[in-house]
Write a protein that binds this ligand. Structure first.
Ligand code: FE
Ligand code: CA
Length: 528
């Protein structure tokens, strides 16, 4: 049987990984040992580090360091067909004087000359700085940090979460300001790219019609990754990620695409999108795409304080109910077979929460978890709902809420993206009964740039009018773009909704629109 492209890539990469060389060897020796396919002394047509540097997936003993060589980023990368050797340096100071590691790695042509270095053997809870060199060129320096040791007592952890950065909808002034914050981690909750074509009316433009092929996706990621503010935020902090729909196709579910595309054609497209996602993110090798599959749900923990369960609610999801239209709720929304995560991931989540010993248990995911009846606005027919969020998967949501009520994992908090607006919800055992038990809190973050509907004022007015019918919703804003900064201590969780003054110009000021807290042992949010 013919091996898939990705299978071939995988075996190539495994061989390459075995070839990683100790620090003392020069590029010349490398070239002599693998003269056929590895260029150690490449001369690039242009500066190759156009997409910046990034780090991610912090563990107590290491992180993933990332870059991608792309002297001609918007035209396939502009690299030779050979693999290329890259030297990386890690130090404990910003000037890279106190070097703790210098080594050579491979940028495989088969993975778009991306570099993923899974560093281990570092000290826990430490800052590190890093840099790459290839072909006589030097990358910018990035800062990163390792996680505290498992169970280590942590007084404070600061992170920001972000989502939805449609390039055409605005500039990344949110990242410009985020890069100035003092953070231990950034979490991206999806819609890192958008797959759509060119909007000539937009403040800045996509670089092609809707993306379908491997090369299309590479060029689109390169466009997004070329943004200086995004690069600054990556260089400043370690990140972790999960994806939503637009990394592949709007509102796709499993192997069901948005538009008319055969399952076979869509599976090929999904495989290309998943591979290119890995290529552009500082992910571990465990998240290399295998054909049209990629293992993305995972858990990251920080001492005794906080644990993040990162969900993948697209790859295994059953198709949206009620024709996937924002409209009248139908019976299908209550189907017991409907799932956002698939059974395996749901069991993994429950088991992780059951065994967790940390103070704050975060479920980081894409679409709004709390119920919301848009029809309560009286501006829309009653029973108006969004079938793409958990309101379309009610039985599974109830199962998770009952699990939180019965098993009482310590302080469950949901963090959510997707909807391009800011919300705070209490998670109720019965959303229709305000007197029912509160089992957790949900913070939904504004988009980095994506707009809240075609007319933000109109969309916001609908939600605001519906608030009296949705008493578990404590806060809503649809007019501002930004990110959520969270400060976590053993006693209190605080979420600050950080919003920018504009995304239509390339610089902006940031301010805090609202702050909400959750007290340890007291489920639900309160104004700070
Ligand atoms: Fe989005
Ligand atoms: Ca989305």
């Amino acid at each position: 049987m013919k091996r898939s492209l990705v299978e071939r890539l995988l075996s190539t990469r495994l061989q390459r990984r075995d070839l990683l060389i100790g620090g003392a060897l020069t590029g010349l020796i490398l070239a002599r040992q693998w003269p056929r396919c590895l260029l150690a002394q490449t001369k690039f047509t242009d500066y190759p580090f156009t997409l910046g540097v990034a780090s991610g997936e912090p563990l107590p003993d290491g992180v993933v360091l990332w870059t991608r060589l792309a002297p001609d980023p918007l035209n396939g990368g502009g690299m030779p067909t050979e693999d290329v050797a890259v030297i990386y340096t890690i130090a404990t100071d910003a000037a890279l004087q106190n070097v703790v590691r210098q080594d050579t790695a491979i940028a495989p042509a088969a993975l778009g000359h991306s570099v993923h270095i899974e560093v281990s053997g570092l000290e826990s809870d430490q800052d590190y700085w890093y840099r790459f060199e290839a072909g006589g060129e030097t990358s910018p320096i990035g800062r990163t940090q390792t996680a505290p040791a498992p169970g280590a007592p942590i007084g404070q952890f600061r992170f920001a979460f972000a989502s939805c950065q449609n390039y055409q909808d605005g500039f990344y002034t949110a990242y410009q300001n985020m890069a100035e914050e003092n953070l231990d981690l950034v979490i991206h909750l999806g819609d890192y790219i958008y797959e759509g074509g060119i909007n000539s009316e937009a403040v800045r433009q996509h670089n092609s019609p809707e993306i379908i092929t491997l090369e299309d996706y590479r060029n689109r990621y390169a466009l997004y990754k070329s943004d200086p503010n995004l690069k600054a935020a990556h260089a400043a902090f370690p990140w972790t990620f999960t994806w939503d729909d637009h990394e592949v196709d709007d509102n796709y579910a499993g192997f069901t695409p948005e538009d008319d595309q055969s399952t076979e054609a869509f599976a090929q497209r999904r495989a290309a999108a998943y591979q290119v996602y890995y290529e552009h993110m500082p992910l571990r090798a465990s998240s290399i795409a295998r054909g049209a599959f990629l293992q993305l749900y995972r858990r990251l923990s920080f001492g005794d304080l906080v644990s993040f369960n990162l969900l993948d609610t697209r790859q295994y999801r059953t198709d949206q109910p009620c024709d996937d239209t924002f409209g009248i709720r139908c019976e299908e929304a209550f189907s017991p077979a409907a799932t956002m995560t698939g059974n395996r991931q749901e069991n993994w989540l429950r088991s992780g929460l059951n065994h967790s010993n940390v103070r704050w248990n975060v479920i980081a995911q894409q679409t709004m978890f709390a119920q919301f009846n848009f029809g309560d606005s009286q501006l829309l027919p009653s029973d108006f709902f969004n079938p793409d969020q958990w309101d379309g998967y009610v039985v599974q949501r109830n199962r998770l809420i009952q699990f939180l009520q019965a098993r009482k994992p310590s302080n469950p908090i949901l963090i959510t993206g997707d909807i391009h607006s800011s919300w705070v919800h209490d998670i109720k055992t019965d959303f229709d009964n305000p007197e029912s038990e509160t089992v957790g809190a949900e913070f939904v973050g504004a988009s980095i740039s994506s707009s809240f509907g075609d007319d933000e004022a109109e969309s916001s007015a609908v939600v605001t009018a519906a608030l009296p019918g949705n008493l578990h919703t404590q806060f809503f804003d649809g007019l501002n773009r930004g990110y959520v900064r969270c400060t976590v201590t053993p006693d209190i969780w605080q979420s600050d909704f950080r919003v920018v003054s504009t995304t239509q110009e390339d610089t902006a000021e940031v301010s805090t629109l609202a702050s909400f807290v959750v007290e340890n042992g007291r489920p639900g949010a309160q104004p700070a």
